[in-house]
Design a protein around this ligand. Structure first.
Ligand SMILES: N[C@@H](CCC(=O)N[C@@H](CS)C(=O)NCC(=O)O)C(=O)O
Length: 213
């Protein structure tokens, strides 16, 4: 059955791979599943046809036969459950990998998104100068804890898993802030994720769309 995902017609990041279709592309590349991409404009994302797929009018979505999904956590989890390569066979290791997916999305991503909001969307507000150090502090708190847990390991729990895919995807959003480099083992962890052949294919495919003239 054909898999179709949605992505920005043109991502606001200009092809840096930060739009969340990249993590879904990456998961599909890791498990070797071909897919098609339907590009949507910001306007189309808020229209009934897209809202029927995604109640919040966002990308990415995932369609396969009669199934339509939204939320990258659910999409990557679905892909990882259906195809070998992203979740360990051992039941406990599998549960731990899933835990890391949730940790990436529920515990690590929120302060990182908050930092993006403070810097980009609220950068011109008079109170941002006072607020920014607080937000950065919350990001550093999480990174310090994550860095301590990762230690010298390559991945969060044994072999690369969907948990790492999601964590690396989330941490990538921090690169431009410079904060990631304060934690050399996390910077190296992200670089290991980016060095995977599947990530490179996913990144190149989204870049081809978002850097076209
Ligand atoms: N929690 C959602 C977030 C989806 C999301 O924020 N998508 C962004 C692109 S990365 C989007 O569509 N933004 C446009 C908008 O919200 O209008 C997920 O993980 O799928």
């Amino acid at each position: 059955m054909t898999i179709t995902i949605t992505a920005f017609e043109r991502s606001p990041d200009g092809g840096k791979g930060l739009a969340r279709d990249t993590r879904v592309r990456w998961a599909l590349e890791e498990v070797g599943q071909p897919y098609e991409v339907r590009l949507v404009s910001f306007r189309a994302m808020k229209e009934p046809a897209h809202l029927a797929l995604h109640p919040f009018g966002q990308i990415p979505t995932y369609e396969e036969g009669g199934l339509a999904l939204f939320e990258t956590g659910a999409i990557v989890f679905h892909i990882a459950q259906r195809h070998a390569g992203l979740l360990p066979a051992d039941a406990h290791a599998r549960a731990r990998a899933i835990t890391w997916m949730f940790a990436a999305l529920s515990t690590v991503e929120p302060p990182i998104l908050e930092l993006g909001t403070a810097r980009i969307l609220e950068g011109d507000k008079p109170w941002t100068r006072e607020r920014l150090p607080l937000v950065e502090g919350r990001v550093r708190d999480r990174l310090k804890q994550l860095s301590a847990r990762l230690g010298n390991a390559d991945w969060l729990d044994g072999a690369f898993s969907a948990g790492d895919l999601m964590m690396v995807s989330v941490l990538l959003r921090l690169r431009s802030s410079g904060i990631l480099d304060e934690y050399p083992n996390l910077a190296a962890y992200v670089a290991r994720g980016e060095a995977r052949a599947a990530y490179k294919r996913a990144f190149a495919d989204q870049a081809a769309i978002n850097t076209r003239p």
